[in-house]
Design a protein around this ligand. Sequence first.
Ligand SMILES: *Cc1c(COP(=O)(O)O)cnc(C)c1O
Length: 336
Amino acid sequence: MFQRRVGSSEAAAVIKADAYGLGARRVALALADEGVRTFFVATLGEAIAAREALGDAHAIYVLNGPEEADIGHFTARRLFPVLNDPRQIALWIAAGAPVAAALHVDTGMNRLGLALADVAAARTALATVDVPLVMSHLACSGTPDHALNALQAARFADVAALFPGARKSLAATAGIFLGRAFHYDLVRPGIGLYGDNDLPAPADDLRVAATLEAPILQMRTLAAGETVGYGATFTAQSPITTATIALGYADGYLRSAAGRGYGVLAGELCPVLGRISMDLITLDVTAAGDAARPGACVEMLGPNVPLKQLAAAAGTNSYEVLTSLGRVTRRYRSVP
Ligand SMILES: *Cc1c(COP(=O)(O)O)cnc(C)c1O
């Protein structure tokens, strides 16, 4: 999908944090099958796992960069560090720059990456080092009108001109939607592969990547005035049918979604009632009628419960919703 959108640029894939909680090994293999050649992870441990899953053909970049003790691992597995500051650059050069490395320049996020003031010195220091990729990261691409986007783009254009031999990369998911000028040679989508565009608009043009379902364990009929769960924070105003499902915050369903989250059963909205427990959530399944019965599975995330909406209900973003998923059984299926 992203490869079609970015034309002649290369669509790489970010699979850090266990592919945003979905399972890096299976996700990496599926993406490699789709033709992805370049992967980004955050840590060396993630890179080693990705190399084991993928075999030797793909480029794997480690965003956090190298530490002295790690250099043997980068060399042995041909993993490419992203160099983020003069310390990492010096470390890499002292180690003989055994494999290729990317250079990350911070153009305005003030998080990770080489400060603009250090770019000239870095270019000199790296003159004989294999640096096939120069990258930066946008702080506000999820807010397309934000002035920082144009400022970072202008700064990145200046930096890019200093490294004519390297490929350039600026855009993550939302940056891809900012248009061609942001695509450069390689784009780095993460969340877009997992179902959200990281923009205020709905992600309808992206495929749903993950569905979370939980079975009903038990049902009850509550009379008006009865309460649900710890702290009795929900009180039925009229008679309702409730169902308790086998899902809780220990599975990664965020506790902060209490009172706002919902499931969908038989096409009907089933609001979360009261507090979310460690292993259990109680839903109002009155609207679902006969479809609500023990053993029936309620969709808590998926085509009918958009990732963005669950994130809003939990007061967070789609990234945290996915990376929080823990004790759930993951099943993978291929889609044409
Ligand atoms: C996480 C990350 C990405 C992917 O961002 P998404 O918003 O998930 O597409 C790309 N580049 C860098 C440097 C990152 O840290």
